[in-house]
Design a binder for this molecule. Structure first.
Ligand code: ZN
Length: 302
């Protein structure tokens, strides 16, 4: 299906509008919000992400073509504008016979390049899982992933060279690229960034972010945090702790205290929402065995 249709937008819509629609859909189909239907939601979520990234990467405000295939083709030409400029600059200075030769040669090149883009099949997706510290998730830190993929040599495509120093005339070569991921996301898709191969479109790079266990804070309900304070008995509590933002906090409550306290907005960032989950502080009598930790985690806190 057309990327614009997937997002329910028109190709003449502004990027702001498209982004808004994308965020609405991503919220609805986020796998975490569809616990009964995770598999289908993940598929849909991925489709929405790919559609949005593709539109965003090729978006030009002045562009208003309706024919889908032509648009795709033309978008790619705009991206390869350097090649076209060279072609037209060359064309200015040559006679017609020579120009035909140049044209045919370049059509060959374009076909060589676009055969793969219009291919029905794709190369395999590259799946990556990275484990990050809970502090990095809380603070929305960026991480860089370095990847080597097999890609088509752009230098061979744009230049006429007897010998290409990049790919050694093999057309495909091992290319290294840095990908930036934000730790507060759960899944990030880099559309069309997988390996390139003859007669195949490149697949996607799919990065899943897993949060490492932390000594003091436990994640529950995806974005909420649970923190235990042990009480010595029938007395007020004044407890100092270092939080994931590296700041020190003091938690105070007077006896008799509740089972737990909710501090709103101190949980993990909820993607596409600008909101955070909550921090739940649970008071546990010290005499209760610490090895029963799991027991508390399984309890539903309301
Ligand atoms: Zn090359």
């Amino acid at each position: 299906m057309n990327n614009y249709k997937i997002l329910g937008v028109k190709n003449t819509d502004s990027l702001d509008h498209i982004t808004k629609k994308y965020k609405e859909l991503a919220k609805i189909y986020h796998p975490d919000r569809n616990p009964l239907n995770t598999e289908q939601a993940t598929e849909k979520f991925k489709e929405i992400n790919v559609a949005f990234i593709t539109i965003k990467n090729t978006y030009t405000p002045s562009f208003k073509q309706n024919e889908e295939e032509f648009k795709y083709f033309t978008d790619k030409i705009i991206n390869k504008g350097e090649f076209l400029n060279r072609f037209f600059n060359k064309a200015k200075t040559i006679d017609m016979g020579e120009m035909l030769g140049v044209l045919l040669k370049n059509i060959k090149k374009i076909r060589f390049y676009y055969d793969d883009i219009f291919s029905e099949t794709s190369t395999e997706d590259i799946n990556i899982t990275i484990n990050v510290e809970m502090e990095d998730v809380y603070n929305s830190e960026d991480k860089i992933i370095n990847l080597v993929r097999k890609r088509k040599c752009l230098k061979c495509f744009t230049d006429d060279l007897a010998f290409c120093s990049i790919c050694h005339n093999k057309i495909y070569y091992e290319q290294e690229k840095c990908f930036l991921v934000n730790c507060s996301e759960k899944i990030i898709i880099f559309s069309g960034e997988s390996n390139e191969e003859k007669n195949n479109k490149p697949g996607d790079i799919i990065v899943r972010i897993i949060t490492k266990k932390q000594d003091r804070f436990n994640i529950f309900n995806n974005y909420d945090l649970l923190y235990f304070i042990f009480s010595r008995g029938e007395e007020n509590i004044k407890h100092e702790y270092t939080f994931l933002d590296k700041q020190n906090y003091i938690f105070e409550c007077t006896y008799p205290y509740s089972d737990h306290y909710i501090i709103e907005g101190k949980g993990l960032y909820i993607p596409y929402s600008n909101k955070r989950g909550n921090l739940v502080i649970k008071i546990v009598p010290e005499h209760e065995n610490n090895t029963n930790y799991k027991l508390y985690l399984n309890k539903t806190i309301t």
